[in-house]
Design a protein around this ligand. Structure first.
Ligand SMILES: CC(C)(COP(=O)(O)OP(=O)(O)OC[C@H]1O[C@@H](n2cnc3c(N)ncnc32)[C@H](O)[C@@H]1OP(=O)(O)O)[C@@H](O)C(=O)NCCC(=O)NCCS
Length: 195
């Protein structure tokens, strides 16, 4: 039955582009730029993310991360993307579609970040607008979810600009920066997106 099938029999290499951005899976040559951007953005990012493992920014930590990503993509569990500015190849941030559920759900959860020097310039809104057609198209999702701490105004604004609807509040939903924190739940359906 078509509804219950995966979109392809092998993992698709997804690399959507638009608005001057390229989104693609991370590779080992990205390590220097990735680790530098994450390091200079540490104070900016850590209040909104799970606690970083102590070796998170090391080369071996990045290699382990890529191995996990490759397994996730092959198993249709998650799709990580770096956001690259096409004009100069600069790494701007990242978006991951995680927790992909098939069968009668056909949904996944978005997480995202930009480096501090790139914040507030419209990059994440543009990146999600580039990615959404791929998620509803090639990945055949019916629903995309995201969750934000209620005080994360910039993240909430990004989701609203991309058409996500606020659907509720989940109490102590995710362990962010070491604390179980309430989250606003957002959702976007394929029919919302296609209009
Ligand atoms: C959330 C995040 C990815 C947004 O990326 P970005 O590229 O800066 O987002 P954009 O520039 O596309 O849009 C940000 C919007 O938030 C608005 N905004 C920023 N700070 C705000 C504040 N304190 N109150 C209200 N709106 C705010 C901006 O004005 C902009 O909206 P506008 O276009 O209507 O003016 C980035 O801030 C980030 O990485 N934060 C840390 C990690 C994080 O929060 N990840 C998400 C966890 S749910």
């Amino acid at each position: 039955m078509a509804l219950f099938r995966l979109p392809t029999t092998t993992a698709p290499a997804l690399a959507p582009r638009g608005h001057g951005l390229l989104l693609r899976a991370p590779q080992m040559p990205d390590y220097p730029q990735w680790s530098e951007l994450r390091e200079i953005s540490r104070t900016f990012l850590t209040p909104w993310e799970p606690i970083w493992p102590s070796d998170d920014l090391t080369r071996s930590g990045f290699r382990r991360r890529l191995r996990r990503y490759a397994e996730d993509i092959a198993e249709d569990r998650a799709y990580p993307f770096l956001v690259i500015r096409e004009s100069d190849g600069a790494l701007v941030g990242g978006v991951t579609l995680a927790n992909v559920r098939r069968g009668i759900v056909q949904a996944g959860t978005l997480g995202y970040w930009v480096g501090q020097p790139h914040a507030g310039k419209g990059y994440m809104t543009a990146a999600l607008r580039v990615l959404l057609p791929t998620l509803f198209g090639e990945l055949n999702l019916h629903r995309i979810e995201a969750a934000c701490i209620p005080t994360n105004q910039s993240s909430i604004r990004v989701l609203e600009k991309c058409g996500f609807a606020r659907e509720g509040l989940a109490r102590r939903y995710l362990c962010i920066n070491g604390v179980w924190q309430d989250h606003c739940l957002y959702g976007l359906l394929d029919e919302d997106f296609r209009g």
